[in-house]
Design a protein around this ligand. Structure first.
Ligand SMILES: [Zn+2]
Length: 168
């Protein structure tokens, strides 16, 4: 049972996801920024957790460490995120699942299983797989509502970030 005194922290969106873990941000804490989702963002977080993140958690069978979920406009600016990022709407998370393996292993298994089970998503991005700080971006819907099923890998090429198709 969650005994945290903050009411918001106890909101369980699905079996394994709480609202607080999808809105907490070490950057926001460090910079003293407010990162409270509005009603629409909370609804999107719930929808995404039910439709994709919990199914992904069930597929992996191990805890997922969420490093970033919802981002307020202030937080998103502070970290240099795209203004149209799905994180702004509560539609994407960045995560690792260390008990399962490295991000490349997690991404390969997850993409195969999501497709096999017909679970829709917008984007899965394997972010900088050769870095020890690699993570996976998992977006449920594009802010326009689309679920494109895009699978990409982000790599550094000559100091610039390039997104290539598929898992590398
Ligand atoms: Zn992301």
């Amino acid at each position: 049972m969650n005994t945290n005194s903050n009411q918001k922290d106890s909101i369980q969106l699905t079996k394994n996801f709480t609202l607080s873990e999808l809105t907490r941000s070490s950057t926001a804490d460090r910079l003293g920024l407010i990162n409270t989702p509005d009603e629409r963002a909370v609804a999107n977080l719930r929808l995404s957790a039910r439709g994709l993140w919990q199914p992904a958690r069930d597929i992996l069978g191990v805890p997922m460490q969420v490093s970033s979920g919802y981002r307020s406009q202030t937080l998103n600016r502070a970290i240099g995120g795209s203004p149209t990022s799905a994180h702004r709407y509560g539609l994407a998370i960045d995560f690792t699942a260390k008990a399962f393996g490295n991000t490349r292993k997690v991404a390969r298994y997850l993409v195969a299983e999501l497709k096999a089970r017909g679970i829709k998503f917008d984007q899965l991005i394997l972010e900088f797989p050769d870095s020890p700080n690699s993570w996976i971006h998992l977006g449920y819907k594009h802010p326009n509502g689309q679920q494109r099923g895009q699978v990409l890998t982000a790599i550094k090429r000559g100091g610039r970030t390039v997104y290539v198709s598929g898992l590398r």
